[in-house]
Design a protein around this ligand. Structure first.
Ligand SMILES: NC(=O)c1ccc[n+]([C@@H]2O[C@H](COP(=O)([O-])OP(=O)(O)OC[C@H]3O[C@@H](n4cnc5c(N)ncnc54)[C@H](OP(=O)(O)O)[C@@H]3O)[C@@H](O)[C@H]2O)c1
Length: 284
């Protein structure tokens, strides 16, 4: 297939370019510098020129707290950018696969969210990503994921390891639960959905819901450190409080994968060990 990837410089985008390349597909990966998705003309030119069969739309403004202070920028990138991609995709009959987020939910559900649950974003980022979902046409899929960590770019595994190297104890909230997801596993699943020409909403995460507190403990364990150095803290006690509210429960159920007969992804502890080992090789 001919596959165009937006946000190719991001942590998921990097893995998407590798996975599709390794699968023998013709890949055009555009990072922010080579394609600004807020330019309708640039999006049109890139898509019409490459004439992809599928577009994996990974570009987004992902700075959740910064989005609160600049909603126009959040909507320009996450909603209008997606509109431009959907518009040009229709011209060349390309499928659009849009990566979305657990932050479209308000987090008040007691159990895991299925694909058909009511959305109710609490942050500007979540609302702008949901607006992007609404820009898609018929030949498209929405792949909602959560708590993404990967080798490329900043993420919570790197943050936890850095704090652990600088401080004796680390505090993480124990009242926000979600599913950590590793960018390489996510990219492989996205490639499968693209190749099978799936449409509709899919929740795609690694298995094993945890709180951030539990996740930080797992990161220390995976790097051979004492997990008891991590202390639980309530979101309400965070100093300073974070500008964007986060859902207390954003655990995603993989109902659409399961009901499609697709194997769901591994427990997050496997790819976590892989990532910690790979990061260790770089720093040693
Ligand atoms: N990270 C998570 O925990 C998480 C969770 C759920 C869903 N997602 C979704 O997963 C997708 C990939 O996220 P990620 O974790 O790979 O984030 P990321 O590393 O921030 O990658 C997003 C990329 O989009 C680029 N970008 C920003 N504005 C752009 C614009 N106007 N035009 C073109 N590119 C632009 C960024 O480039 P610059 O950095 O150079 O601006 C960045 O390389 C996003 O759609 C995100 O909403 C992420």
């Amino acid at each position: 297939m001919r596959v165009l990837i937006t946000g190719a410089g991001g942590q998921v985008g990097h893995e998407l370019v590798s996975v599709f390349g390794a699968g023998g597909h013709e890949v055009a990966g555009f990072d922010h510098a080579s394609l600004d998705i807020t330019s309708r003309d640039a999006v049109h030119a890139a898509i019409v020129e490459f004439h992809p069969d599928a577009i994996v739309h990974s570009a987004a403004w992902t700075a959740v707290d910064a989005c609160e202070a600049d909603p126009d920028r959040a909507y320009a990138v996450n909603a209008m950018g997606t509109r431009f991609i959907a518009e040009s995709a229709r011209l060349v009959d390309a499928a659009v696969h849009y990566i979305s987020t657990d932050y479209v939910f308000d987090g008040t559900k007691e159990s895991a969210y299925v694909e058909w649950d009511q959305t109710n974003p609490q942050s500007v980022y979540g609302a702008s990503k949901l607006a992007g979902e609404h820009e898609l046409g018929e030949n498209s899929s929405i792949i909602r994921t959560s708590w993404v960590c990967g080798f490329h770019g900043p993420n919570m595994v790197k943050t936890i390891l850095r704090i652990a190297a600088e401080h004796e104890t680390l505090s993480f909230v124990d009242d926000q639960r979600g599913c950590p997801t590793f960018a390489d596993d996510l990219a492989a699943m996205i490639a499968q959905l693209v190749v099978e020409r799936r449409t509709g909403i899919f929740h795609v995460t690694n298995a094993g819901p945890v709180s951030w507190y539990e996740f930080a403990r797992e990161v220390l364990l995976a790097s051979g450190q004492d997990p008891d150095r991590v202390l639980p803290v309530a979101t309400a006690d965070l100093q300073p409080p974070r500008p964007a509210p986060r859902p207390a429960n954003s655990v995603l159920d993989h109902a659409a994968l399961r009901l499609s007969g697709i194997d769901t992804m591994a427990d997050f502890r496997d790819p976590l060990r892989r990532l910690v080992a790979a990061l260790g090789e770089v720093t040693n």
